[in-house]
Design a protein around this ligand. Structure first.
Ligand code: IVH
Length: 671
């Protein structure tokens, strides 16, 4: 391709990738599959390799660009990043509202419009966009001077490198909170334990620790996210209110918490606070309260600020997720990779509405570092549904009877030798047939993100093992209804459901199958990379170290772990038996030259000729994609009976409407 053509295609690809980044990371409404995204991304990488002079710092390929730094530069915030005054009770909220009204000279009866937002528990940062391009990113620091962490912030996928608007303001500074979602936090800690690093006490520390890494490749591996919530200095744009500001920056591609909303008066604030309290435990990230802001920027200016905090905002804090209790016992338990983890059995204590009786102590090195002993009085902290952790010991409460639990000499479950591998903090049971390891590996195999065998949880796996019906995961595929009928309180219907769920798992995506095998260091993401690169389990099993290392993101440790796994005769035998039992991991076939290439379909109404999932598969196998909602970008709407608003919208927009039969003809026809 000559340079002008390449430049044109590069611009097209960047725009398309940015659009999909926004749909996926900001709007949570992906329109294409990961594999389709990878095709676009790889084409861009290739073109940029051929034309390095066309690479610009805001290209999606440049998120992880820079080299490790020696230290961070300091950045002075043009406008100081203030903190917030705290309110704790309903009375504090009423007082805040009173003060606002008094200051503005409003009568007590008049109601103020506020914007309420969840208070994210992460790390405050500032993003500077000049002429629509992200130029500087910094931490809050002491509010006046922070650290320049541009390289690390660029790795946060939901932060746009350029604003999605035609006439970007000359300057836009936005403040927001970077955080690590809870599932990523939990995964990160498990991985750190396996790799011998100290786990993070909570998601906030994990986010802060990631953004303050000198090597941007480390931040890039952590799936950090951000919600933006306040303007800094702005030139050549103006906003009348916080709600207008949020709506506008959201339109420009910046992530805004969808839960933020305008409310009226104290009653509105209290209702929002109660709603968030109720939702707190089900949100995928940690929040520590609610932030209330006077909506109108004119009123905000009138109210002004005190030395460190504005008069127009307040943080309504939740009760802390920490509590003090006593460790009654410390019990070692064995995980699926044989790692033995000490768990604290606690005197039950309530932590923000949930009774907690267990806490993870992670490993013996952590236990020694924090000097945690049986009988100790400790501060524990919990985040969402994550297992609580011990923050610190209240040593002043010691009586002298507390005792340290040494590393067990043998596995508490199978009595095998226990080994502490040099350079690792983990202590492992080396027993190949350790029942605890087998149990945990089957539970993992069946879990939702792996083979997704609906209903086959801990309780049933334990019974299968106890009755001697399975010895490893391959045995699952040989189970019969009679096997299940031996369970306590099992009915025919339930047994059938379990059997059907197992049968359905015979055809799962290859990436799930690879993840389900439980190869050390191979998480969901790596499993996807491997599935795309090798296309079949046989190819992966035969892969040589160099082939594995040629995949970006796969390092020597992961490569060796994969090789070791497939060299093990027992593992190979297990896979062979699963294939014999009809397990057929599927591969997403991408036909770039398919008849629907580049076409978007929306299916609506009651379909009778195929299911929605089948429709999606048919479209994708011909290179098109199936979207959930109708827009100008939709090429065809396939409408079944009783199609409603989507069909109406299609007609409105002049999108072609097909019946199911017409769709099938198009799929099979010669045109
Ligand atoms: S607004 C002057 N909104 O809370 C107002 N802050 O104590 C500036 N925070 O440093 C902050 N979620 O780290 C605002 N939705 C939100 C927030 C939020 C979390 C943090 C932020 C700030 C601290 C203030």
């Amino acid at each position: 391709m000559d340079k002008p053509a390449a430049a044109g295609r590069i611009a097209e690809l960047r725009a398309e990738i940015r659009r999909h980044d926004n749909l996926y990371y900001v709007l949570d409404r992906p329109a294409i599959t990961d594999a389709e995204y990878d095709i676009l991304y790889l084409e861009l990488v290739k073109l940029e390799e051929e034309h390095p002079d066309l690479i610009t710092p805001d290209s999606p390929t440049q998120r992880v660009g820079g080299r490790p730094l020696d230290r961070f530069e300091q950045v002075t915030h043009r406008i100081p990043m203030l903190s917030l005054e705290n309110a704790f009770t309903d009375g504090d909220i009423a007082e805040f509202d009173d003060r606002v009204k008094r200051f503005l000279g409003l009568p007590a009866g008049e109601e103020i419009a506020y914007v309420c937002e969840p208070k994210m528990d992460g790390l405050a940062v500032e993003l500077v966009y000049e002429g629509g391009r992200l130029t500087v990113g910094s931490t809050r620091g002491d509010g006046f001077v922070g650290e320049e962490v541009t390289q690390n912030l660029k790795t946060v996928k939901s932060i746009p490198l350029t604003l999605g608007c035609d006439n970007p303001p000359a300057l836009l500074e936005v403040r927001g909170e970077v955080f690590l979602p809870l599932d990523a936090f939990q995964k990160l800690n498990t991985q750190r334990e396996e790799e011998g690093e100290a786990p993070f006490a909570n998601p906030r520390n994990a986010a802060a620790g990631s953004i303050r890494q000198l090597d941007p490749r480390i931040a890039a591996k952590r799936p950090l996210a951000i919600f933006c919530y306040a303007p800094g200095m702005v030139e050549a744009a103006s906003f009348a209110s916080q709600s207008e500001f949020l709506a506008t920056i959201r339109r420009w591609g910046l992530p805004v918490n969808p839960l933020a909303r305008q409310v009226t008066g104290v009653a509105g604030i209290l209702a929002f606070y109660r709603e968030m309290t109720a939702q707190r435990d089900t949100l995928p990230y940690e929040i520590d309260g609610v932030v209330v802001k006077v909506d109108s920027f004119a009123l905000q200016r009138e109210l002004g600020e005190k030395s460190r905090s504005p008069r127009w905002a307040a943080a309504v804090k939740f009760p802390p997720r920490q509590a003090v209790t006593v460790i009654e016992d410390i019990v070692p338990s064995v995980g699926r990779t044989g790692v033995i983890t000490p768990t604290a059995h606690l005197r039950p204590v309530e932590v923000s509405g949930v009774t907690v009786s267990r806490a993870t102590l992670h490993n013996w090195e952590e236990m020694e570092r924090k000097d945690i002993r049986i009988g100790d009085t400790v501060v524990i902290e919990r985040a969402g549904d994550v297992i609580p952790a011990v923050v610190r010991v209240l040593t002043e409460k010691r009586s002298g009877d507390e005792r340290f639990l040494p590393i067990p000499a043998s596995c508490p479950e199978c009595g095998s030798e226990v080994v502490k591998i040099p350079d690792e903090v983990a202590v492992r049971c080396m027993g190949l047939s350790c029942p605890a390891q087998i149990r945990e590996s089957i539970i993992h195999f069946a879990s939702r993100h792996a083979m997704d065998i609906d209903g086959l949880g801990e309780k049933y796996v334990e019974q299968l093992l106890r009755l001697g019906l399975v010895r490893n995961v391959a045995d699952l595929y040989l189970l019969t209804r009679d096997d299940f009928m031996q369970f306590d309180r099992m009915g025919v219907k339930l047994a059938e459901n379990l059997l059907n769920a197992i049968a359905a798992s015979r055809q799962r995506e290859l990436s799930r199958f690879i993840f389900a095998l439980g190869i050390r260091h191979v998480g969901e993401h790596t499993a996807k990379l491997l599935a795309t690169a090798f296309g079949s389990i046989d190819n992966l099993a035969r892969a040589e170290e160099e082939e594995l290392l040629s995949i970006r993101e796969i390092g020597p440790q992961v490569a060796r772990s994969i090789i070791t796994f497939f060299h093990n005769e027992g593992n190979r035998e297990t896979i062979r038996r699963m294939i014999e039992a009809g397990v057929r991991p599927t591969v997403e076939e991408k036909r770039v030259g398919g008849r629907f290439t580049g076409k978007t379909f929306v299916f609506t109404g009651a379909l009778t000729r195929f299911t929605r999932d089948e429709a999606k598969t048919m479209v994708e196998s011909e290179g098109g994609h199936a979207a959930g909602s109708v827009s100008k970008k939709t090429d065809y709407v396939v409408a079944g009976a009783e199609a409603g608003s989507k069909l109406a919208k299609a007609r409105d927009l002049g999108v072609a409407v097909l019946t199911e039969d017409e769709f099938l003809t198009m799929l099979e026809g010669d045109t």
